[in-house]
Design a protein around this ligand. Structure first.
Ligand code: SAH
Length: 222
């Protein structure tokens, strides 16, 4: 991994940020609002422990509860595909570290985010408070059923892979709304899908191959 990549141990925060943004652009994240949001949210705060010094590399990294924070370019491409508007109410399934939710919170009016691990939700909520992101609400529960009390949503993003788009999430998408999610039958072969709700039903567009942790049923014990 990272063969041919020089070490960047001696670079300062400004150079690091430039390189981070350059990597995003070179991988197709070109939306100016998305890039600005990703410039403002420091990924280093969402990665703890021994992997913290890799936070500015374009790679997924381990977080608590055996989960992963997604690769920055994948976060950027999913956010871009979601085409979030300033008045939008967004639902995220798979809070994880909270990084994706924090980025969405700068682009949307409100973000609701769900994880099945209480510990991840607790840690993410602390970060949202520290970063002063008051428009995010997080809860620990099984996200496959969405958040019926807050539905419908303008945008839904799922950051764990299911075999098919969960029915309750499709039902909680507004007319004209967009949902972006990885789908696939195995842990290794998955596609990122963009679903748009129209008058006639749902349009599906396949974006690219991806690899996410699975969407698991039920609330976790931690
Ligand atoms: N978006 C995250 C990355 C999430 S990794 C970030 O920015 O860091 C995927 C997450 O989905 C994991 O934290 C996992 O606990 C969660 N998850 C898996 N199945 C779930 C379910 N049914 N409901 C809610 N969360 C789920």
């Amino acid at each position: 991994m990272m063969q041919g990549t020089p070490d960047h141990h001696d670079e300062g925060p400004a150079e690091r940020k430039m390189r981070f943004l350059f990597a995003l652009r070179s991988r197709g994240v070109t939306d100016a609002r998305v890039l600005t949001a990703m410039e403002r949210i420091d990924r280093g705060l969402f990665v703890r422990g021994i992997f913290a010094d890799r936070a500015y590399e374009d790679m997924p990294l381990p977080i608590s509860c055996g989960q992963t924070i997604s690769q920055p370019s994948v976060v950027g491409l999913m956010t871009q595909a979601l085409n979030v508007q300033p008045r939008d109410v967004v639902l995220e399934i798979g809070t994880g570290s909270g990084y994706q939710a924090a980025i969405l919170s700068l682009l949307a009016r409100r973000v609701y985010t769900i994880d099945r691990h209480r510990r991840l939700v607790r840690e993410a909520v602390e970060l949202f408070r520290d970063l002063n992101l008051p428009n995010i609400t997080a809860v620990a529960r099984d996200g496959s059923f969405g958040w019926p009390e807050q539905a419908p949503f303008d945008r839904i993003i799922v950051t764990a892979a299911a075999e098919d788009p969960p029915g309750p999430l499709l039902a909680q998408l507004k007319l004209g709304g967009i949902m972006v999610l990885p789908v696939g039958q195995s842990d290794t072969v998955q596609s990122l899908i963009k679903v748009t709700r129209t008058e006639r039903g749902f349009d599906y567009e396949e974006l690219r191959p991806v690899r996410f942790v699975p969407l698991v049923e039920g609330l976790a014990s931690d």
